[in-house]
Design a protein around this ligand. Structure first.
Ligand SMILES: Cc1cc2nc3c(=O)[nH]c(=O)nc-3n(C[C@H](O)[C@H](O)[C@H](O)COP(=O)(O)O)c2cc1C
Length: 244
């Protein structure tokens, strides 16, 4: 199994460790690529819209693409972010902004429809779910149907200070997520994703997209007709991660 772990923080604190517990618990043979933000993508979206015409024109395309190329290879995405002021970390939000053209309303990538994702957040007292929500919304509008969420209040500033009782509870919760992950080998594309896709297909057809290049993109893939990204048997181009 190929896994990408994308961490919305550079340090290995509680959030990273909870994500690691999940990955370590996966019994299958695995290859894991880890990214840390802002270390691996230290930029904010400039709002220049170059990406709408051509994603390679984004000033930060090289760094973005290093992460996206490994996303393409992965079976499972594990995305972690601490709760910072009732929201994801700023570098995680920047990552989402920098990839907004992946949304179904723009130029969705067909490989997203075959991914599973787990979004994890820790918080001191409350708000882990508020940090998870914006990440999960983006992933879902990228076309990912299978998104599990896990937020936990650790009452600590670092993993070392998390109580043994809390760590035992986290282990138990992680076991449940692992069980649910092992259930379906291929994630099912939900009706919600299919419905959203047809709405956005209709919008592109009616010239309500952001640019002519978007319509051309949809047209070339046959998505303005009967073709659908989840119907195509998708094969990764490369065999291994580019970052490893
Ligand atoms: C900038 C910042 C903002 C935070 N905001 C909140 C908050 O709104 N609510 C809360 O309960 N904890 C908050 N915390 C605490 C962290 O969410 C908590 O300690 C988390 O487990 C840290 O994860 P880490 O060990 O992976 O860094 C904040 C911490 C920082 C550094």
């Amino acid at each position: 199994m190929k896994i990408v772990m994308l961490n919305g923080q550079n340090h290995k604190g509680s959030t990273y460790h909870v994500g690691k517990l999940l990955i370590d618990g996966i019994a299958a043979e695995k290859q894991v690529a880890e990214f840390f933000l802002p270390r691996d993508l230290n930029h904010f979206c400039l709002g220049c819209y170059s990406c709408i015409e051509d994603e390679t024109k984004c000033p930060y395309y090289t760094e973005k693409n290093a992460i996206m190329a490994d996303f393409e290879q992965a079976d499972l995405l594990v995305i972690t972010t601490p709760n910072y002021c009732m929201a994801p970390s700023a570098p995680m939000k920047a990552f989402l902004d920098l990839n907004f053209t992946n949304w179904l309303s723009h130029k969705p990538k067909e490989f997203m429809f075959s991914k599973k994702a787990v979004v994890i957040s820790t918080t001191s007292g409350m708000g882990a779910n508020k940090a998870i929500k914006p990440v999960a919304i983006s992933l879902s509008y990228w076309g990912i149907s299978s998104i599990k969420k896990y937020g936990v209040a650790v009452q600590a500033m670092n993993w070392e200070s998390v109580s043994q009782d809390k760590k035992a509870k986290i282990q138990k919760d992680i076991q449940k997520i692992l069980k649910s992950l092992s259930g379906d080998a291929k994630p099912k594309v939900t009706l919600k994703t299919k419905f959203l896709f047809s709405i956005f297909s209709g919008m592109q057809k009616a010239n309500m997209g952001s640019s002519k290049t978007e319509k051309k993109y949809w047209e070339a893939k046959g998505w303005l007709g009967k073709e659908r990204p989840w119907k195509k048997k998708w094969q990764p181009k490369k065999k291994s991660y580019s970052s490893l």
